[in-house]
Design a protein around this ligand. Structure first.
Ligand code: CTP
Ligand code: CA
Length: 227
């Protein structure tokens, strides 16, 4: 009966989650980052664990406790997140990209702290694009053969549905989850819209943990049963 009330829908699955922001160094004391608390990604890791999956969480710099039973790897930069995700995804059957990855990094991080020289001149920063972790993994052989199910997230500041639908196709993922604004950074609740090839459906405002549980239940219906 307990199993029917709370079925372990993801037994036999290995879920890999990216969470939090990335940090891109400018010099040893400063850098650029994105707004993200990591709460949604950590809630998803917890939900996947509760559904019986083995869970690995790749976290950028966040101030959150590791959910019990979840394997956590900490990273700083987008390149590090890309390297770790690419290595670990080979063992995964589900990849969920919740991280707010910096799109660009300074072309060259200075080895020494950049000093004011007293002239009032400001340093010129040039940027290079970071690798797209989700797009790269979603276009891998495992994902394209159906062995790996990929889920993306999108936070948009306008035209959520249009931008997110276009993003789903561009990234090559079967499911993209939009954060329904306004900015939910650091908040304990959120509202989501799930977008797939068929259309979209909203998940009404609730705590990030309730939404994560619902999202994991939805994903479980889209992947093969392994348990
Ligand atoms: N993502 C990623 N690697 C990147 C950029 C984004 O894995 N270098 C993932 C995010 O974790 C998220 C999804 O891609 O799941 C969408 O991220 P978003 O920033 O909304 O999309 P972008 O393609 O970067 O487009 P833009 O920021 O210009 O809207
Ligand atoms: Ca981006």
């Amino acid at each position: 009966l307990a199993a029917q009330l709370s079925p372990k829908k993801l037994v036999g699955h290995h879920v890999l989650v990216t969470a939090g922001p990335t940090f891109e160094a400018i010099d040893p004391v400063r850098g650029i980052t994105n707004l993200s608390s990591g709460k949604m990604g950590f809630a998803i890791a917890r939900a996947a664990r509760d559904a019986g999956a083995r869970v690995t969480l790749i976290a950028g710099p966040v101030h959150l406790q590791t959910p019990r039973g979840v394997q956590r790897v900490d990273v700083q930069s987008a390149q590090q997140m890309f390297d770790v995700a690419t290595a670990l995804v080979t063992e995964a059957s589900i990849f969920i990209a919740t991280a707010a990855v910096a799109d660009w990094r300074p072309a060259q991080a200075s080895e020494q702290k950049i000093k004011k020289d007293g002239s009032g001149e400001v340093p010129a920063l040039t940027f290079v694009e970071n690798p797209d972790i989700l797009a790269s993994i979603a276009h891998s052989r495992a994902a394209e053969s159906g062995a790996l199910f990929c889920v993306g997230f999108a936070a948009e500041s306008e035209n959520l549905l249009a931008h997110a639908s276009a993003k789903r196709k561009r990234k090559g993922v079967p499911l993209l989850v939009g954060n329904i604004g306004p900015a939910t950074f650091g908040q304990d609740d959120n509202a989501l819209v799930l977008i797939d090839a068929e259309g979209h459906r909203e998940m009404a405002r609730a705590s990030k943990q309730v939404l994560a549980d619902e999202l994991i239940a939805d994903i479980a219906r889209r992947v093969p049963v392994k348990g």
